[in-house]
Design a protein around this ligand. Sequence first.
Ligand SMILES: NC(=O)c1ccc[n+]([C@@H]2O[C@H](COP(=O)([O-])OP(=O)(O)OC[C@H]3O[C@@H](n4cnc5c(N)ncnc54)[C@H](OP(=O)(O)O)[C@@H]3O)[C@@H](O)[C@H]2O)c1
Length: 338
Amino acid sequence: MINVSVNGYGTIGKRVADAIVQQPDMKLIGVSKTKPNHEAKTAVDKKYPLYVVKGAEESFSGVGFEVEGTIEEMIENSDIVVDATPSGVGFENSKLYKKFEVPAIVQGGEKEDSVECSFNARANFETSVGKKLVRVVSCNSTGIARLLTPIEERYGIDRARVTLIRRGADPGQPSKGPINDVILDPVYLPSHHGPDVKSVLPNINIDTLALKIPTTLMHVHVVNLSLNKSADKVRMCELLSKESRIHMVALREGIKGIAGLKELALDVGRPRGDLWENCVWEESISVEDKEVYLFQAIHQEADVVPENIDAIRAIMDECSCKESMDLTDRTIGMGLGR
Ligand SMILES: NC(=O)c1ccc[n+]([C@@H]2O[C@H](COP(=O)([O-])OP(=O)(O)OC[C@H]3O[C@@H](n4cnc5c(N)ncnc54)[C@H](OP(=O)(O)O)[C@@H]3O)[C@@H](O)[C@H]2O)c1
């Protein structure tokens, strides 16, 4: 049994904690909070042991929350920590993990050169075996790596060009925007997203550019690939359909955008309306000899969740990539069917 704690119980951390308690080989030691807000209440209601920053105990007990101990104590009691604190805080916390000699996973907001290696289960599971500080790449890089890995294995990719149409903010971030704009984010081309994908797929020749738009729902990627070998649409669809973390959206489902996908997730009873899968529109896949075009949507709050679970098993050297991905998929309920 792997004793895991989650430091930073926000958008990503609360989802990862819920996935950890579903794993037969993991025990959730606790989650951390700095403020006694509604997320702290959710953790308490779920009976997740609550750890807080030193000195904040009274602000929690004062409003009736039972506190298990400090974040340092939580780390000390853990075999591994998933850090899901805001960008930059994870790097600061890594000094604490080193002090307690506890391996840790940080998230995509941390810099690539601040960790031993970056992780995506499908792309490079084995690279993280036995490492002490691993970064699960961002939601966008996770989605791109999942898509490109099987295509690279089958056809070889000469060049990938991806346009990222990014959600302006998460639903729980009302102070972020835009509310009436399309922002070039960043203005310079190509964007930093391509190099981030290369942190898990070093041999991929990829250029990216990115725009931010007024939605909180999901990201959309416009993908263009030049392959080394000729392909056809039927085989490309078959290849992607076999990937457990890719959902092929069929036109007959009547879903022409991200609102429809989120509605589907809610209809099938997904927790928090989460979509852990890349959603690739089958009818968008256009293949002419070695040129491929397609659209995919990525739920930014959800796709990195199964990757964090697999990263735990990789670091702890528990099992193979396939065994871990299968177990994670089965326990959380991956797959939307057709
Ligand atoms: N949201 C996304 O779309 C997304 C997708 C992929 C990756 N990521 C990455 O995941 C990481 C976390 O992002 P997020 O969106 O989950 O952020 P978030 O929603 O802001 O959650 C982070 C949580 O960390 C807590 N926190 C802040 N400082 C802390 C500290 N010193 N110790 C312990 N907890 C602390 C905060 O909770 P309290 O202070 O209230 O306790 C906050 O709720 C970032 O690296 C981000 O880039 C985010």
